[in-house]
Design a protein around this ligand. Structure first.
Ligand code: WQD
Length: 337
């Protein structure tokens, strides 16, 4: 069946496209290229030795979105399009509420018009907020502490209400932890438009000589080495989780919610050490003040996804770092060829 992937030219979406193709379905991309590149779509075509259908449409443009849905008649939708920078969401919350929530409403409406009843939603572990306990399981209290996380939680609620309002609808909410790495070909990867927001792009800049050192945001947390601990997951494992979720959505109705993490947390210093092993590059760093809003430690209880749809991440931290470095070495300027 045809599967529309909104944001399908982005970091996560492009890897999901490949996984959807690997599973025998036909990915169709909708992307406005606000934080992605048409070059990525061309490279996806190279990787699957075919042309990937792509529509340059903003999910906030309901008219154009409905036209694409009417032309494609998708069997399912994987909704990845949205703004995702935590810091930026504090600076411009209305932009985040408008783009993320309106975009989701438009996608669900477009589905209803053409009778598509299955949606997979790219949610986030940020919906949990300050941990009451760890690892986070899917029953953990939901208390996001930033506008970005609140848009994700609002969209989860919105999808629950959409499901209840219709018959035979199915939705899977995937709560991502910290995706890093890249497809082993080195043809697709993370290419942040402006300043990176996350740890791995900064490490890559240091390894590539674009930055003199990594700023480590605090080493006085209650963690084994004092630096922040996160559940890093290879983006290829994350993409495979979407295909498993798609199969679940085909076989079930109602809403299923799943963590996509590895169940193992790594500190900043552990990531630096793994990257140095994988790249044979030194990553000098300077410990600076904590970043406002950071949580000391979080990682996933990913057993529900494993037990429910047989998905288990199988790429370790060294592989994540090696694939991230491979992408960077082959594409020092990202997609700007
Ligand atoms: C990881 C660790 C930092 C940069 C992310 C995304 C957010 C959401 C949740 C998807 C932390 C430390 C980082 C640096 C550092 N993703 N760090 N120096 O904070 O978990 O949030 O996951 O929904 O969009 O931001 O990830 O990569 O920003 O930070 O020391 O230059 O690395 O303090 O401990 P985070 P991150």
């Amino acid at each position: 069946m045809k599967v529309i992937i909104t944001g399908g030219a982005g970091y996560i979406g492009s890897h999901v496209c490949l996984a959807v193709h690997r599973s025998g379905h036909t990915p169709v991309i909708i992307d406005n290229f606000s934080n992605s590149s048409p070059a990525c779509v061309r490279r996806l075509g190279e990787l699957i030795d075919d042309v990937v259908e792509c529509h340059n449409v903003d999910v906030c443009d309901a008219g154009m979105l409905n036209d694409v849905f009417a032309a494609v008649l998708p069997g399912a939708v994987i909704h990845c399009a949205g703004l995702k920078a935590v810091g930026e969401s504090f600076a411009d919350p209305l932009h985040y509420y408008e783009k993320n929530i309106l975009g989701a409403v438009n996608v669900l409406r477009a589905m209803d018009v053409v009778g598509t009843s299955r949606v997979i939603f790219s949610s986030s572990a940020t919906v949990y907020g300050d941990p009451e306990y760890l690892p986070y399981d899917e029953q953990h209290r939901l208390a996001p502490e930033n506008p970005y996380g609140r848009t994700k939680l609002f969209i989860e609620h919105l999808i629950h209400d959409w499901d209840k309002a219709g018959k035979n609808r199915s939705a899977v909410l995937l709560r991502y932890f910290n995706p890093i790495g890249a497809h082993p070909s080195g043809l697709i990867g993370e290419d942040p438009n402006d300043f990176p927001n996350n740890l791995m792009p900064y490490i890559l800049d240091v390894a590539a000589g674009k930055r003199p050192d990594l700023k480590v945001f605090g080493d006085d947390y209650q963690t084994p080495d004092g630096t922040g601990v996160r559940d890093y997951i290879h983006v290829e494992d994350l993409a495979d989780g979407h295909v498993a979720a798609l199969g679940y959505a085909v076989r079930h109705t109602g809403v299923g919610t799943f963590n996509l993490g590895t169940g193992r947390g790594y500190s900043v210093l552990e990531v630096i050490a793994a990257f140095e092993r994988a790249s044979n590059r030194q990553i000098p760093y300077e410990v600076v003040a904590r970043r406002a809003g950071d949580i000391a430690e979080f990682f996933a209880d990913a057993s529900k996804a494993s037990e429910t749809f047989g998905w288990s991440p199988n790429r370790d931290l060294d592989r994540m770092c090696a694939d991230a470095w491979n992408w960077r070495v082959k594409n020092p300027n990202g997609y700007s060829e």
